[in-house]
Design a protein around this ligand. Structure first.
Ligand SMILES: NC(=O)c1ccc[n+]([C@@H]2O[C@H](COP(=O)([O-])OP(=O)(O)OC[C@H]3O[C@@H](n4cnc5c(N)ncnc54)[C@H](O)[C@@H]3O)[C@@H](O)[C@H]2O)c1
Length: 248
């Protein structure tokens, strides 16, 4: 199928479900080959079958898994153009004094260290190929407008927004672009409920969004496809809110 990502190859982490599935779906519609990288094998295989793309079992906190992923892309397609770092995690919204060492370590391993691995493994591959590339970090409005109860989740997203900007500047010479996407709370994806704390909080939260709803996998897929495409060739180092006006 021809589209704005035709002929390109993308890895989408956490592509088995939630926002990730919306990103995979849009990239396929726009003509890209997509590799879902997710540690949930059954869900990943199911989504890959449904959307006609590849699946690689991958824990994004493992350097070996990232190395296997780039090897797979190179052997299968001979190239890798886009990396959408979407896999993420949180603890349930709670007072900061109740956060455990385990909560902290998990959030920083999945939300921050995985982005480091992605760049550390894939940037050298792209530099060697010399054909440029695009990385998209799924951050959060939490990284630019933090609210109480999610201190270490919020700070993990702020960290990756900063790292994404820094790499945008450092790797611009290689035509590798780095941008972040900052969704407001999603409607019904895996983590949404944990951010809201209690399901009863949903209605009150949505009332604070000027456009009156949460973000959807389709919203996030559309923005990621745009940011990877040549239409965004002059955009690098941005953190784009996808939030119905919430952060204004
Ligand atoms: N849902 C929201 O309200 C919201 C708001 C802002 C930002 N975000 C961000 O969007 C991203 C996706 O959120 P979602 O709600 O769609 O989540 P989700 O739980 O629905 O999906 C996450 C996917 O990532 C996979 N995953 C988790 N840890 C992994 C690991 N270590 N290795 C490989 N795969 C792993 C899961 O198996 C799952 O398929 C996250 O980075 C999250 O922080 C979510």
């Amino acid at each position: 199928m021809s589209g704005k990502l035709s002929g390109k190859v993308a890895v989408v982490t956490g592509g088995a479900g939630g926002f990730g599935k919306g990103i995979v779906q849009k990239f396929k519609q726009e003509g890209a080959e997509v590799i879902i990288a997710d540690f949930e094998e059954e869900a990943g295989q199911k989504t890959a079958g449904e959307l006609k793309c590849e699946f690689q079992k991958c824990n994004v906190t493992s350097r070996q898994d990232w190395e296997a992923l780039v090897k797979f892309a190179d052997e299968k397609f001979g190239r890798l153009d886009y990396v959408v770092n979407n896999a993420g995690t949180t603890y349930r919204n709670k007072p900061t004094n109740e956060v455990t060492d385990e909560d902290f370590d998990k959030v920083f391993a999945v939300n921050v260290k995985a982005i480091y691995y992605s760049a550390n493994v894939i940037v050298p591959y792209m530099q060697k190929k010399g054909t440029g590339g695009s990385f998209v970090t799924i951050a959060s409005t939490a990284g630019i407008r933090p609210r109480p109860g999610l201190t270490w989740y919020n700070s993990s997203k702020a960290a990756v927004i900063n790292a994404t900007k820094t790499m945008a500047v450092e790797f611009a010479k290689d035509k590798i672009r780095f941008n972040s996407v900052c969704p407001v709370v999603g409607m019904g994806t895996g983590l949404s409920d944990l951010f809201l704390g209690k399901p009863e909080n949903e209605k009150a939260f949505m009332a604070t969004v000027p456009l009156g709803r949460g973000s959807t996998p389709k919203d996030i897929g559309n923005v990621c496809a745009f940011l990877c495409s040549d239409e965004a060739e002059f955009l690098t180092g941005i953190d784009m809110p996808v939030d119905g006006g919430r952060c204004v």
